[in-house]
Ligand binder design. Sequence first.
Ligand code: 5RP
Length: 225
Amino acid sequence: MNQNELKKLVGQKSVEWIDDGMVVGLGTGSTVKHMVDALGARIKNEGLNIVGVTTSNVTAKQATELGIPLKSVDEVDHIDLTIDGADEISADFQGIKGGGAALLFEKIVATYSKKNMWIVDESKMVDKLGAFPLPVEVIPYGSQKLFEIFEAKGFKPTFRKNDQGGLLLTDSENYIIDLHLDQIDHPHELADFLIKQVGVVEHGLFLDRVNTVIVGRQDGPEVLE
Ligand code: 5RP
């Protein structure tokens, strides 16, 4: 199976955790896209009654097209389960997210979810975090100052660009600065430092948040709980 087939495998497997009547957080990315397709099919074929809470404009568009009823995080009193992708998951179940620039809404929805599940192909499983550049969402005003702070710390920052070569804007019209750290030895300390910097809206370290991981492997989906 190629990488996309592994993503499809876990996307389809994950909807087995969704029961009738649930409020479900819908993540963002190419793996989640398969999950949303599978959820749309279950709603159509089984008449499943669920409410989705999306984490990006892209997922909201897909879910709307599939007829999945949606509410915002502020319109629901709880979220039963959020299913999302990840860019890296370490051996101790910590994660980097935000490769799709949706980390802010993803972290908000994850925060208000009773349970969080990540679905990944096996290439995302690593020993330690950091080979994947760590995204930091920043307010445009003062972002050059933040860039210089990150540079002085040796974080090797780069502003994320869009397809046209301009600065990428998130759904909240912020910038993303990616930190090329190679290896993160102390993720909690780094998370504390980043969130204290004025102008940082959120960072892509998702620590102590996940309950279940489904890994797409060549011999089938592996469920880690
Ligand atoms: C978006 C994310 C995605 O979940 C993450 O980038 C994984 O994406 P994909 O499933 O396309 O590999 O965090 O902000």
